[in-house]
Design a binder for this molecule. Structure first.
Ligand SMILES: [Zn+2]
Length: 630
């Protein structure tokens, strides 16, 4: 998935073996099935109700009293628990299977709701069963699904149940679209295709699909592979589509130059420009990506946003989808993900996604340096950086990955996101390896070596996909081997620990330096984060002046220094005051006005910049050129 920089304000091996065993044991208890067929209909788009039918038939000689159908609690690539079952309605079951277009009289099969994600259907002696339900979807995102009068766009995990113990079985899908709506996904082979065969449920839900009358498709080829840019524009394109396709090709060329040719024949960028939709999103899949960009293709911000998301998601073709943490496929959708390596899966992808914009020629050196300065600043200014390690952030993925919290939390003070944290570690690790090996090796080599060892050369460890997953220890070993030096101290202090990574040493290796100056925006410290629309305090920093003043989350800021403030003026008014002098401040809480006194502290927010070192040696300049070029 993609996280935007602006949103960053704020023993695994044994465990995974247990998870896999859990899945296998379940499967062994189940009767064999000879067929699992899904049908997806959308007869009334304005209702936002997808209609799903699942037919299952017992294999010859098998018997079973019941089959359990289960809705995933979450979806690969997004780790918050969303409980997709909440949008399921009108679940019905019948004994037998009725062929398409036939009229059948089928007996009702009794259903028991076992828990909040599972429906048990009694077979009552029948050798097959048909389950039908509707599922509501009106969110255009990489995680949810949307059906409305414009289109259908789904992420399979949010609409398709699996049969417990049969996630590994091959499945068939037939889609019946509204008249004149065309279907496209990363496994589409012909224009009018309506049926797909998938190796297992995990691949079925790895295939997000767009169904609409008016999407466009442009193709290009790189190394003999076909790339499709499918665009569904809900706003003005301003003639920018050809340029978008050319720039996507540059990204593909830069990333395949690093990794080598991918193993697929066709890859599909499914891109939505959706002016009125919520914040953008991107989601990685084996042969496609979903990109949802707020705004119109004609708008510069939406255009560059789509490319930056594409660079990130395409990098996931290797890092996460194929070279994957051992916990990431097959999945257990009954409990939250537990992995220590989201900082590798998402953080290194964040680092490379941006580096690739430079390598593709879409960013200048200055743009990359500017990004790296803001990236480091975002992490080093966050109080959670000194409390939560990259590994702990990974384990906390279910809390941090976009889940809403009904209760107030202190996460803004205690947590960091594994996206930017992992990206800073990627930068430092990459530059240290380049420095240590005098440019003979890099983090690129670590990832390539891992891809080869765990994906290409390892025997298939599960039903899900080729190769096997890696652990935190595997990555550490590979990094040390490529660096030619023992990196265990690095991992102890900066990955499992919360020490400030050696930015200066790493950047100096490529003739760069990091500078730090008190924040121009917040020269003195109040410790307040404000929602500038509602004027509510979204966070009060622990140990800050605002906390000393007795302010708390949810207070509505009214005035500073007896001057009424708005979202536009509060910072300017605040910054007129000097530290160490009491300033009257008023907030509204529980329908009362509260007068408090705040005394600003010295700077604790800094602007970080990555700059060229004036005295950089020719050798470090050469290392920098190699790093930027790839
Ligand atoms: Zn991602």
């Amino acid at each position: 998935m993609t996280h935007r920089l602006s949103r960053f304000i704020l023993s695994a091996a044994t465990l995974s073996t247990l998870l896999l065993c859990h899945v296998t044991v379940n499967a062994a208890q189940q009767a064999q099935l000879s067929a699992i067929n899904y049908r997806l209909m959308m007869s009334r788009p304005v209702s936002h109700l997808f209609e799903v039918t699942i037919e299952a038939a017992l294999a010859e000689g098998e018997t079973a009293e019941h089959l359990d159908f289960q809705m995933p609690k979450w979806s690969p690539g997004r780790y918050a628990i969303f409980d997709f079952a909440k949008n399921v309605q009108e679940v019905q079951a019948a004994s037998g299977i009725c062929p398409p277009d036939a009229k059948c009289k089928m007996a009702v099969a009794p259903i028991t709701r076992l828990d909040n994600q599972t429906w048990r259907v009694q077979l009552q002696g029948s050798r097959s069963v048909t389950l039908k339900y509707k599922v509501f979807g009106d969110d255009l995102s990489g995680t949810f699904s949307q059906l409305d009068d414009r289109h259908a766009n789904y992420n399979g995990a949010s609409i398709f149940m699996y049969i417990v113990g049969h996630k590994q079985d091959p499945v068939k899908l037939r889609i019946e679209p509204p008249k004149n709506w065309r279907i496209v996904n990363g496994r589409t082979e012909s224009a009018d295709q309506r049926e797909w065969q998938f190796a297992n449920y995990d691949i079925l839900i790895d295939t997000p699909t767009e169904i609409a009358p008016d999407w466009t498709v442009d193709e290009f080829k790189v190394d003999g592979k076909t790339y499709r840019a499918v665009v569904h524009s809900l706003g003005n394109e301003g003639g920018k589509r050809p340029q978008l396709v050319r720039d996507l090709e540059k990204i593909v060329r830069a990333e395949t130059r690093m990794w080598g040719a991918p193993e697929f024949e066709t890859y599909t960028f499914l891109i939505h420009f959706a002016a009125d939709d919520r914040s953008g999103d991107g989601m990685e899949h084996l042969t496609s990506t979903q990109i949802i960009e707020p705004g119109a293709l004609s708008e510069e911000e939406a255009y560059t946003g789509a490319l930056s998301t594409a660079a990130h998601e395409f990098f996931h073709v290797w890092n996460v989808k194929r070279l994957r943490p051992v916990e990431l496929g097959p999945w257990d959708f009954t409990r939250p993900l537990n992995t220590r390596v989201m900082w590798i899966a998402e953080g290194l992808t964040t680092y490379y996604g941006n580096l690739m914009l430079r390598r593709a020629g879409l960013w200048t050196d200055a743009q990359l340096m500017n990004y790296l300065g803001r990236l480091i600043g975002g992490i080093e200014n966050a109080p959670g950086s000194r409390l939560m390690s990259a590994e702990e952030a990974s384990i906390a993925a279910a809390f941090l990955d976009g889940e809403g919290h009904e209760q107030r939390t202190n996460l803004a003070n205690t947590a960091i996101s594994y996206y930017p944290k992992g990206a800073t570690l990627g930068l430092v690790l990459d530059l240290l390896i380049r420095r240590e090996t005098r440019g003979r090796a890099s983090l690129d080599d670590v990832l390539r070596r891992m891809y080869e060892e765990f994906y290409l050369k390892s025997p298939k460890a599960t039903y899900y996909l080729r190769g096997r997953g890696y652990t935190s220890e595997d990555f550490e070993r590979a990094a040390s081997a490529v660096a030619g030096t023992d990196l265990s101290e690095f991992f102890r202090r900066y990955v499992r620990g919360v020490e400030v990574p050696p930015y200066d040493e790493a950047l100096a290796g490529v003739g760069l330096r990091l500078t730090r100056a008190p924040s121009a925006r917040l020269p003195y410290t109040a410790g307040i984060s404000l929602n500038e629309t509602s004027m509510k305090l979204v966070n009060v920093r622990n140990g800050s002046a605002a906390e000393d003043a007795g302010l708390k989350q949810g207070d509505v800021l009214l005035s500073i220094g007896d001057k009424k403030v708005t979202g536009e003026t509060w910072l300017e008014v605040l910054n007129r005051h000097k530290p160490n002098r009491p300033i009257p401040i008023t907030v509204r809480r529980d329908r009362r006005t509260i007068n408090a006194t705040i005394t600003l502290g010295g700077p604790d927010q800094y602007d970080y910049r990555v700059e060229e070192k004036p005295d950089a040696s020719p050798e470090t300049r050469a290392l920098r050129a190699a790093w930027l070029k790839g």
